[in-house]
Ligand binder design. Sequence first.
Ligand code: S3P
Length: 169
Amino acid sequence: MERSWILLGMMGAGKSSVGRALAELSGREFFDTDLLLQHKLGRPIPQIFELYGEQAFRDHESSILRSLQPGQTVLATGGGIVCRDENWIEMRRLGATVYLKAERTTLLSRLEKSKKKRPLLADDDWQERLHALLDKRLPQYERADLVVDVDDVSIEEAAERVRSALGDL
Ligand code: S3P
């Protein structure tokens, strides 16, 4: 049976960019839950949070997952997708989950440079917020089928690492 490759990890871990590179390298189609959600609602993520709130965002995120079918695809996800058990049921149905693991210092420096707007990190205390979110989410990320370290590697190297790790699964 076809299995999708699903990338998990914190904001700043590189799920979308590594996902695109991985899709290219493996000849798979690329999907991204955040992009699908934005497309579904016709608004950017920060606006969705602002207008409807986080719970509604999470409900849409879960409904996007439910709508997908397993296949020759790479799926990048939003960093908080791991927090609902129902999402794990869907992700296990879709395929193999890979946690892109990065040190806190790596995440902080990437997020500092990132242009992407992230509503959960929009305030001045965003660094403390990131630590708190990561503390809470770490056990969830660890549920992934595979863990791949993405510190100090290029996007292409990270994609190679994921592909070879998935080959062993
Ligand atoms: C979120 C991560 C974001 C996006 C939303 C919420 C989170 O995606 O889904 O802002 O809860 O970690 P990225 O992980 O791609 O930044």
